[in-house]
Design a protein around this ligand. Structure first.
Ligand code: ATP
Length: 370
């Protein structure tokens, strides 16, 4: 058996399939006329990964997905699938399938015909086709729905049919463009679990486009955060959340308090850009003792947002700055929360929970007690 260090170059590694990324994007740029949709995207996605492209509307996620699928040609840069350069290869010759937000099911066909469509196009014999359709429907918990029309299904069932149709070809890579976008919150959460199960069970690489940070954090092995056509950061959910690379990532993924300029000098003791998550801050009495090295500032509670399980306190700490604090309502009720309005309070948090924000590399936490 070959050890990794015995393998000299990329070519040899790829020849036996070790470490070859499922998807490799290099310097990918796409312009539509004057509009730059994405610019210089480079990314390796490992085989079997659940990888999310997360970012606000218009940041270039769908364009990136369409370039991987082959529906668009890049202005420059390359796309490799399992080591093969497919930049100029048409979509139907790529070993990928796409699930769209609107499912794109054929309304006049039954569930069975929808799911078996691509096998029919490829002239797979009828009996083999029927067996594969039945097996795929069963695996998506759609047994017994074969002769229904899409209009006779719920949103979640339709989504599962779309998934079944994409999975029947056993693609090595599945591209999912906001596949849960049309579902209500409850169903969305249910389907998230199912997606993850399908991905784990089938061992397929999933590339998942979403603008929903909770969804990306809950599902992904790794996430690429997109902002204005560029990747701001790639990392595991906890890296993205705990160590955001840029103020953009800190603001887009989870709530965050940005501390800079005079406020940073007062609290941290140096000017710079820092970030503290609202759930890391504790509210105590103004006169309460503060542990040595903790960060602290006194402010006035301006606003209270009661959310059932949690309460958000908006605390003004200077004439033009507020910090948000999130507390779990372990014992507190809405009435207790409202009683804090206009009170003077002290905010305290551990110094090593404060992130120093640079640009490009993960934020570093301040040393405790420094
Ligand atoms: P959303 O979450 O809203 O789908 P997105 O992050 O997927 O957004 P893209 O659809 O990739 O963003 O679009 C990126 C940019 O490229 C946007 O400014 C968009 O207007 C532009 N764009 C995308 N497709 C085209 C096109 N066919 N012609 C012109 N501009 C386009």
């Amino acid at each position: 058996m070959l050890a990794r260090q015995d393998l000299a170059g990329r070519g040899e590694r790829e020849a036996i399939g070790i470490m070859t990324p499922a998807v490799s994007l290099t310097g990918l740029t796409k312009r539509f006329g004057d509009q730059v949709a994405i610019s210089g995207i480079s990314l390796d996605i490992a085989d079997g990964e659940f990888f999310s492209l997360l970012g606000p509307s218009g940041s270039g996620k769908t364009t990136t997905l369409r370039l991987i699928a082959g529906f668009e040609r890049p202005t420059s840069g390359s796309v490799r699938l399992h080591g093969r350069d497919v930049t100029k290869v048409p979509p139907f010759e790529r070993d990928v399938n796409t699930v769209f937000q609107d499912y794109a099911l054929f309304p006049h066909m039954t569930v069975g015909d929808n799911v078996g469509y691509s096998l029919r196009v490829r002239r797979v014999p009828r009996r083999q086709r029927a067996a594969r359709v039945a097996e795929t429907l069963e695996s998506m918990r759609l047994g017994g729905f074969e002769s229904r029309k899409p209009s006779e299904l719920s949103g979640g069932q339709r989504q599962r049919v779309a998934l079944a149709r994409a999975l029947i070809n056993r693609p090595r890579v599945l591209l999912l463009d906001e596949p849960l976008g049309a579902l209500d919150t409850k169903l969305r959460e249910e389907m998230q679990g199912e997606l993850k199960d399908v991905q784990r069970g089938a061992g397929i690489t999933f590339i998942f486009v979403t603008h929903d940070q909770h969804e990306a954090l809950a599902l992904s092995d790794r996430i690429a955060v997109f902002g204005a056509g560029r990747i701001e950061q790639v990392g595991t959910p906890s890296e993205i959340y705990e160590r955001p690379a840029t103020p953009f990532v800190a603001g887009f993924v989870g709530a965050s308090n940005l501390i800079e300029a005079d406020l940073a000098a007062r609290i941290i003791g140096e000017r710079g850009r820092f970030m503290i998550r609202p759930e890391k801050i504790r509210i105590v009495g103004v006169a309460d003792p503060v542990a040595n090295g903790d960060c602290t500032i006194v402010g006035t509670v301006r606003d209270i947002v009661y959310l059932g399980a949690q309460t958000v306190y908006v605390v003004s700490v200077s004439p033009d700055r507020t910090l948000s604090v999130v507390t779990q309502n372990v014992n507190a009720t809405a009435i207790d929360a409202q009683a804090q309005k206009d009170r003077e309070v002290r905010l305290v948090w551990q110094r090593d929970q404060t992130m120093a924000l640079g640009s490009g590399s993960p934020g570093t936490s301040l040393e405790a007690g420094a």
